[in-house]
Design a binder for this molecule. Structure first.
Ligand SMILES: C[S@@+](CC[C@H](N)C(=O)[O-])C[C@H]1O[C@@H](n2cnc3c(N)ncnc32)[C@H](O)[C@@H]1O
Length: 277
């Protein structure tokens, strides 16, 4: 009998592995974009010294630490403070004025990674005099990145890049006033961390948990297939107040999503949208 090619076998193994993860741990990666998911699985298997998806399934099922290691690989937590600085500038100019009339502002950072985006927004709203009446809900699938976010400690080597971003984003102070450098790390000043709730939330399986005036879901849905993107768009739509603003990543858009006609564009290039119906 002729041996089937490895790809044909992987096509059988992959859905079984993903189903096993759902059943055993509740993590559902079945609607993640296949190409990038396979790359991450390949990396995880290399690191575990495992040759086949079936053998990886066996390890994951019997070893929760293996699942935790895979979670760290699959949840790509690349981020930066004031990432896409021009976007923050437009947010300041076009969204902040509308927030001024609200007695309490609620902002959801969905897929917040190491907290860089959240702490950038804290600085921005501090400079706009709105921080005291803002509550941030920063969520991610991965508890480990939330711990980093809470600590607000970043490599000193990135401060030059963050300073440049901050200036381009329309920052009003010296960025160095916002952190204390010690050895290789920079600890951000605590401007109002009591206003931030950090929580595990899975966009693939969890529901809406509050009503928000701003939702940032940036550079997260690029890892999902169209079906899961549609789910997340419905979830965000259900979580936004009328007039609330959605902010996507630079490679993402509302085009051809189920909620496209429910928003108007605030900044096309900046991927800022307002819920209007
Ligand atoms: C590339 S980072 C984006 C960070 C930040 N939003 C930014 O744009 O700089 C993607 C984040 O999405 C998170 N993520 C991936 N799948 C998720 C899911 N199903 N639910 C919630 N967060 C998820 C990852 O753990 C990771 O921290």
């Amino acid at each position: 009998m002729q041996l089937p090619d490895p790809e044909a076998i992987e096509a059988i193994e992959l859905p079984l592995l993903l189903e096993a993860m759902v059943q055993r741990y509740g993590y559902d990666f079945r609607d993640y974009a296949v190409a990038s998911l396979k790359r991450r699985l390949r990396r995880a298997m290399d690191e575990e010294g495992i040759a086949t998806l079936s053998a990886f399934q066996d390890r994951v099922l019997h070893d929760p630490k293996c699942m935790a290691r895979f979670l760290n690989i699959v949840s790509v937590d690349v981020s930066a403070m004031f990432r896409d600085p021009a976007f923050y500038k437009v947010f300041r100019e076009k969204v902040v004025p509308g927030l001024r009339s609200l007695p309490l502002i609620r902002i959801w950072h969905a897929g917040c990674a190491g907290g860089e985006e959240v702490h950038s927004m804290v600085i921005l709203l501090h400079e706009e005099g709105l921080l005291a009446r803002t509550r941030f809900y920063a969520t991610d699938i991965n508890e480990r990145v939330l711990e980093q976010s809470r600590a607000a400690i970043y490599p000193i080597s990135r401060m030059r890049e963050y300073t440049a971003n901050y200036q381009k984003a329309g920052g009003k102070e010296q960025f160095s006033d916002y952190y204390t450098a010690k050895h290789e790390s920079a600890t951000l000043r605590d401007l109002g961390r009591g206003n931030i709730v950090w929580a595990v939330h899975n966009l693939a399986t969890d529901g809406s948990f509050n009503e928000f005036h701003v939702v940032l879901c940036r550079n997260v849905m690029i890892y999902f297939n169209r079906q899961l993107q549609a789910r997340v768009h419905r979830l965000i739509y259900d979580s936004l107040a009328l007039g609330g603003v959605l902010w996507l990543g630079s490679a993402e858009s509302l085009h051809a999503t189920p909620c496209e006609d429910r928003y108007e564009t605030v900044g096309r290039a900046e991927k800022l949208y307002r819920k209007v119906r």
